[in-house]
Structures are given as structure tokens and as C-alpha cells.
Design a protein around this ligand. Structure first.
Ligand SMILES: NC(=O)c1ccc[n+]([C@@H]2O[C@H](COP(=O)([O-])OP(=O)(O)OC[C@H]3O[C@@H](n4cnc5c(N)ncnc54)[C@H](O)[C@@H]3O)[C@@H](O)[C@H]2O)c1
Length: 481
């Protein structure tokens, strides 16, 4: 849930309309109209985990009319926490949302009452749940990565455009000022000519690499069938970890919750998990272009699971900037973080602390961000940064990028634009190509070869075998999009 200060601020803006009869029905015609102050009726699919935080971003200013989770215990907990959040805000509690364990049933029963849907399930269900909602003309806010297969990303983009709905991906960095500033600095020549970009993360922080399945009964109240959704039905399993690995993993051995990330069926590995954050500023700064080829090295992969580490080189063609390399490093290699080489201008202690981050290296300085979202980029050498801050204050460095109306709140920003018109920062015209950019790296990881991509044909041109990773192999009946 958001901090109490920001919760309170949002709540105060919203409290009047509680009294004036919230939940009064759907606001289906809001898009683009001057309807400031209207409360939307929203549904949350994937109510616990990140979904709980996502609900928290809008629950004080809009109506959460339905919450869905395939795990009854987690659903009840999420509903309870939402209620507590309202109570703690000091302004009373709105009517409770209807609770469901199947998003299809929720959409069947409540479609007429819902304006928009937030999808915060594991990656493999983003596509089918969001597509179902889009076909009912619901606005959608979908967690990152939008999908774990490229053709799903494209289908979702097309369907959303046709339906004319307001869209957003939940990559919060895109709503922040930091990545806009970094872009403005680079475009206004602060670090000279951009030469190279280095990106990294310590993920996976969940079990990954070659892991087997250990068949075990599903916990009571957990709908494993519903969790698998579009994937083929199979017996419930836990991760078969060694006692040592099991001890290291704080989140237990079950694949649900959280630990699904390393399984190609359900997640998209470290790159898919963090790429939509860490590659976001790069994608925007380079002008949303596609690499000419991607080189790969990685730890062992299997047909089922992603590697413990990977190192990728995206070869970017000349565009707004000269041709350059974007490197991506994740995980632990030989017992050490698989980080890129530090730029000598960045202090060692600062670099060592950054478990994820980015370096934009120019001929005349480097922009460093020691986290995943590009929230607070700085410039080295230090004297240059001091001068840049003075120049920003004096207006010599211009703000050319439009700022978000709700920094660090992608769900709130999305809802704002449904009500008031305009486009959310990570609307699908931006976030679908970004997700594709990220997932291209997984084509190289999964095929263990350098790949070249034909965007128009949606095809790897140099390794035919890599093309089987572009689309989900099959969809189970009842869970097609
Ligand atoms: N933007 C961010 O910073 C951020 C942070 C964390 C997670 N995420 C994204 O959020 C999504 C969820 O991640 P998480 O860590 O919360 O996972 P999780 O497994 O911890 O939680 C997912 C929740 O969804 C429920 N669920 C699963 N399948 C469902 C279905 N078919 N219908 C309804 N509910 C279902 C689960 O029971 C669980 O409560 C992922 O896509 C992840 O990448 C984004």
C-alpha cells in the first residue's frame, strides 16, 4: 500500500464523492470528457502480491468493485488489507468489493458495472485476462511484462487499439521524472556523444537454473487449475530444491506465489522480470528502436527454466545516436554478482551498492542510476553534475519531456487519463514495443544463439529454431484469448 501521507492526500481528494454516493454505477463514457472528480469502478485480477499494492494506488480515489484471486486465503487477506488501508486513512470504509476466484466469472457477472481492470497475476495470465477485458471494452492496466510471448504482446496491442480503450503497463519508472531528466541531459549534450549503455540486475532472487518438479498436493483453497489457466493441465508441483538451495530461498519451495518467475511457461526469467524497468529509459532514450542483433552468453538453461545468469549485447543501429552496444547482465556467475565493468568515474563504493542499475556512457561524462527505475540518475564527474543542476535551475537545460500527472503511481495515472483524457505514460503504444524489445533477449537466451529479428515479419531471420519461442505453444480450452 502507498505511504500514509500520499494515501491521505489521495483520499482527501476523493472523500467528498464517497458521501455523494460512490458505487453509483459504471462510468463507461468517461474517456476524454471533462469529468474530473469522477470515481471509476475498477476490478483487480490477481488481488494479492503486487496486485495488493496496485489496488492500494487507486482504492482511495476510485471504487474497487471486484477482486479476483485463485487462492482463497490470499484473496481474503487482500480484501482485509484493503479494508484496513481505508480504515487507517481515517475517512471510513467504502462498500466491500465482490470477491471471485475466477476472473472469467467476474467479467461475466460484473462486466456492466466495470470501467477498467487491473491485471497483476503471474506473467502467463496477463494476456488472456487482459484480452478478455479488452474484448468487453474495459480499460486495462497490466503489470510488466505485458505478456511473456511476443505474439501475445502484438495481439494485445492491436486489440486495445481497435477497442479504443485506455491502456497502461505497470512499470512505475516510466511515470517518474528521473528517466525524463536523463533523456533531456543526453539530448542536450551534457555527456557529449552517447557511446555505450550498460544495464544490470541481481535478479533472479528466486530459484532459477535447472530445477525439477516435485509432485505434491496443492494447498487447500488454492485453485491450481485456475492458476495454470492457459497452460496445459498438469499435477501440482513444488520446486525440487536441494536442502542448501531450499535454505537460501526465503519464499519456500512452492511455485506459487512468486517462485513461478524462473519457469518459461509462467514467467520470463530475470530479463523478463526486470527488463521492462531497467531497459525502459534506454528504450526511450534511443528512440524506441529495435536491435540489429543480440549476442548471448548464459548459465545452463532447460526447456522449462531460465538460467541463473545471462549476459546479452543488444547491437543498436544508428538513429538519434550513433550505433552503439547496450549490454544486459543478470544473476550470479561463479559465486559473484554478474555485473558489468564499472565506469572509472563512478566511485567504487557507489557502484558496489547498486544491485540493479544503468550507466549511460558518453564521450564527456556518464549518467549513473543505482536502481531499476531510473528514479534518481546522477552524473559523473561530480563537478559536471553540480553545474547541470545549476543549469536546470536557471532553465538552461530545458524540460522537453512531458511530466506524468502522477509520478510513481502508474495505476493512478491510468485512472486519471480514463477520466480526463490524454495518454498514460506507459500506454500500449509505448509499452508493447518496450516489452517486445525486452522479450527479444529471451529469444537469444532460449535458443542459446545470436539472433537477428525482422520486426515486420515478426521472425528471427538467422535461427529458425528460435521462432518457436515467439508464440505460446498452445492454449488450454476455456482459456483462449
Ligand atoms: N511493477 C513492479 O514493480 C512489480 C513488482 C512485483 C511484481 N510485478 C508483476 O506483478 C505480477 C504479479 O507478481 P507477484 O510477485 O505479485 O506474483 P505472486 O505470485 O506473488 O502474486 C500473484 C497473485 O495473483 C494470484 N493469481 C494467480 N493466477 C491468477 C488468476 N488466473 N486469476 C486471479 N488471480 C491469480 C495469485 O494467487 C497471487 O495472489 C507479475 O507480472 C510481476 O512481474 C511488478
Amino acid at each position: 500500500m502507498p505511504s500514509s501521507l500520499s494515501s491521505r492526500r489521495r483520499f482527501l481528494g476523493a472523500s467528498a464523492s464517497f458521501a455523494a454516493g460512490a458505487f453509483a454505477g459504471p462510468n463507461l463514457l468517461l474517456k476524454g470528457q471533462n469529468s474530473a472528480g469522477k470515481r471509476l469502478n475498477l476490478a483487480q485480477i490477481g488481488a494479492n502480491g503486487k496486485g495488493l499494492a496496485d489496488t492500494g494506488m487507486v482504492t482511495l480515489t476510485h471504487n474497487i468493485v471486484a477482486m479476483v484471486d485463485v487462492d482463497q486465503k490470499r484473496l481474503d487477506e487482500a480484501a482485509h488489507k484493503r479494508e484496513t488501508h481505508h480504515r487507517d486513512s481515517g475517512e471510513g470504509t467504502p462498500p466491500a468489493p465482490k470477491l471471485f476466484t475466477d476472473y472469467r466469472k467476474m467479467l461475466d457477472e460484473m462486466s456492466n458495472e466495470i470501467d477498467g481492470v487491473i491485471v497483476s497475476t503471474p506473467d502467463h495470465t496477463h494476456y488472456i485476462a487482459a484480452m478478455h477485458a479488452i474484448k468487453l471494452k474495459k480499460h486495462v492496466c497490466v503489470q510488466k511484462p505485458l505478456c511473456n510471448y511476443i505474439d501475445e504482446v502484438r495481439n494485445l496491442h492491436k486489440a486495445a487499439k481497435e477497442a479504443g480503450v485506455v491502456t497502461q503497463m505497470g512499470n512505475q519508472g516510466r511515470t517518474m521524472d528521473g528517466q525524463r531528466m536523463a533523456k533531456e541531459w543526453i539530448e542536450q549534450g551534457v555527456i557529449g556523444t552517447l557511446k555505450e549503455i550498460r544495464l544490470w540486475t541481481n535478479r533472479p532472487i528466486w530459484p532459477q537454473g535447472p530445477i525439477k518438479k516435485k509432485l505434491i498436493d496443492a494447498p487447500e483453497g488454492f485453485d491450481w487449475n485456475g492458476w495454470l489457466s492457459c497452460e496445459p493441465l498438469e499435477p501440482h508441483f513444488d520446486l525440487d530444491l536441494s536442502p542448501e538451495d531450499s535454505k537460501k530461498n526465503k519464499r519456500g519451495n512452492s511455485v506459487h506465489p512468486f517462485n513461478w518467475r524462473g519457469w518459461w511457461q509462467f514467467g520470463s526469467g530475470a530479463l523478463g522480470d526486470m527488463g521492462c524497468h531497467i531497459m525502459d529509459a534506454t528504450f526511450s532514450i534511443l528512440g524506441q528502436i529495435i536491435p540489429e542483433k543480440i549476442d548471448v552468453q548464459s548459465g545452463e538453461i532447460t526447456d522449462l527454466t531460465a538460467p541463473m545468469w545471462s549476459s546479452l549485447v543488444y547491437h543498436m543501429p544508428a538513429g538519434k545516436h550513433p550505433a552503439l552496444k547496450v549490454t544486459w547482465n543478470d544473476g550470479m556467475k561463479d559465486g559473484k554478482p554478474n555485473k558489468p565493468e564499472r565506469h572509472p568515474d563512478i566511485p567504487e563504493a557507489t557502484f558496489d551498492k547498486a544491485s540493479s542499475g544503468m550507466m549511460f556512457i558518453g564521450t564527456d561524462g556518464v549518467i549513473f542510476e543505482g536502481d531499476a527505475y531510473c528514479a534518481s540518475p546522477v552524473i559523473y564527474p561530480q563537478e559536471k553534475y553540480t553545474q547541470v543542476r545549476l543549469d536546470m535551475k536557471a532553465g538552461k537545460i530545458k524540460k522537453t519531456e512531458t511530466r506524468s500527472v502522477m509520478p510513481n503511481n502508474p495505476q493512478g495515472e491510468w485512472a486519471h487519463h480514463i477520466v480526463n483524457g490524454g495518454l498514460p505514460s506507459s500506454n500500449f503504444d509505448y509499452s508493447c514495443p518496450l516489452t517486445e524489445f525486452v522479450l527479444l533477449g529471451n529469444l537469444a537466451v532460449r535458443s542459446q544463439q545470436m539472433v537477428q529479428w525482422d520486426t515486420k515479419a515478426m521472425k528471427v531471420t538467422n535461427v529458425e529454431a528460435a521462432n518457436k519461442f515467439v508464440s505460446r505453444p498452445s492454449y488450454r480450452a476455456g482459456y483462449t484469448a
